[in-house]
Design a protein around this ligand. Structure first.
Ligand SMILES: Cc1ncc(COP(=O)(O)O)c(C=O)c1O
Length: 448
């Protein structure tokens, strides 16, 4: 009965013309996204009865309806409504749990955390704090980065199709005004397949970075966006240059933090340690909207004698705090990081084989359980999503649905990414990779 009701209801909202919702989406084009009516483990349940593997969901670290998360949220629903201005024991507990579990071993430098609601908000808070501390306004990121779409994080998102403004379907864009001068560092190559041969050390291609960063308040780098992944040498060089220039270094670990990289944080793959780490997405196990700004001891010291006048009513809400504590416990108790590391090997092996089989694949890159498959086609720099035409990557994703998996594109034209729940089994991961393999046939047909 309930299923019939859901089916009727979802049929009603399927056509874009019928919907009262201002939609946005990962896969570009006009087609209304599939209607999800439920989920279990790594599967989405659709209104038409299909069960599809959730293959690109950076917010859903533990998949759907994880029993520990359901139980934590159920209990937290029975707590008072406490805004960020009041002390809440669960918030103190979540801060302690984050420090003891995820930042265990990082005690030398890590200082304190402020929780918030989204990755965009966390980055905006971190960037504006650095502007206040340095009294500089310019900010730096690396090529093809995405850091969010509100406040200063929007200005630091330099993928041409994501700007927070309007992509006009007949061509062109109407952009909101930038909020800060933006400096862009060169990105590294880091692909496991298809990267141009380049043994240039980062110290050479970042040789100009100290000058570029000299008037910046902060340098923010993330570890996945635009399909760009890198090794420790890149991070260490950026960190060194930022220090020389008096620019705070922010590690945007909104995607990679809390497990997806196969360790607690991607920055742990290098020597350098950030001034600020931003977290979000999976931090609440996908069960609550929660993010965080973690600052170093040095920054805590700098904040002495001041109050950071930055506040949000629903930040640190009892439900999201319960979700953080529960998520950290599951990742730790169930040895999820080891599981991600072992699946990383499967992804490398299968994606290399897939790339070699499909002539349409230009490049494969990734780490842990975040992987990008970039197709041959127009340069990403020219893509502004200012058309209703469905780009090639979105058509590959459509074809992969037939084979039982949901795959996203980050809104890019030629680039798909895989980021399944960290609890995905080897068998389910194989099904997801099979679906990608099937989807890529569309791209091969067009590639000729
Ligand atoms: C690296 C990175 N930083 C920040 C964000 C923004 O997070 P949110 O969408 O939760 O605002 C994203 C979102 O995709 C991201 O990939």
């Amino acid at each position: 009965m309930r299923r019939r009701w859901l089916r009727r209801r979802c049929r009603g909202v399927r056509g874009p013309a019928m919907s009262r919702l201002l939609r946005t989406g990962l896969n570009a084009g006009e087609a209304a996204p599939m209607a999800v009516v439920g989920g279990e483990g790594v599967y989405f349940h659709l209104s038409d009865g299909r069960r599809l593997i959730d293959g690109s969901n950076t917010g859903g670290g533990l998949g759907h309806r994880h029993p520990a998360m359901v139980e934590a949220i159920r209990r937290a629903a029975d707590t008072p409504v406490v805004n960020e201005g009041w002390t809440w024991v669960g918030r103190e507990q979540a801060a302690d749990d984050l420090m003891a579990t995820a930042f265990g071993g990082e005690e030398d430098w890590v200082g304190a955390v402020r929780f918030c609601i989204s990755g965009s908000e966390a980055n905006d808070m971190a960037l504006s704090l650095c502007q206040a501390l340095t009294q500089r306004s310019a900010l730096a990121t690396r090529e093809r980065a995405y850091h969010g779409i509100t406040g200063l994080s929007r200005s630091m998102t330099v993928q041409p199709q994501w700007h927070g403004g309007l992509a006009v379907h007949s061509g062109g864009s109407q952009l909101p005004a930038p909020m800060a001068p933006v400096r862009i560092l060169p990105a590294p190559n880091g692909a496991i397949y298809g990267a141009p041969a380049n043994n240039t050390p980062p110290s050479e291609y970042l040789a100009d970075a100290t000058r570029l960063l000299s008037d910046t308040a902060a340098t923010i780098i993330d570890y996945t966006q635009g399909g760009i992944y890198y090794d420790g040498a890149y991070q260490d060089e950026v960190a060194r240059r930022a220090r020389q220039a008096g620019s705070y270094w922010i590690a945007d670990e909104v995607v990679t933090g809390a497990g997806r990289a196969g360790r607690w944080f991607a920055f742990q793959g290098a020597e350098s340690r950030p001034d600020i780490v931003t977290l979000g997405k999976s931090l609440g196990g996908g069960a609550a909207a929660v993010a965080a700004v973690v600052v170093s001891k040095d920054i805590v010291e700098r904040l002495k004698g001041t109050s950071w006048q930055n506040y949000g009513t629903l930040r640190g809400h009892p439900i999201s705090m319960a979700a953080v504590s529960a998520y950290l416990k599951v990742v730790s108790d169930d040895k999820i990081l080891d599981h991600v590391q072992s699946l990383e090997k499967l992804f490398i092996r299968r994606l290399l084989a897939i790339a070699q089989k499909h002539p349409s694949v230009q490049r494969v890159a990734g780490q842990g359980l975040h992987w990008t498959v970039e197709l041959h086609g127009p340069d990403w720099r020219t893509w502004h999503a200012d058309t209703t035409e469905v780009p090639i990557a979105s058509r590959v994703a459509e074809r992969a649905l037939e084979a039982g998996a949901v795959i996203g594109t980050s809104g890019e034209q030629t680039s798909l990414f895989l980021a399944p729940p960290l609890v995905i089994s080897e068998h389910e991961a194989t099904l997801l990779l099979d679906a990608l393999d099937h989807g890529l046939d569309v791209a091969d047909e067009e590639h000729g």
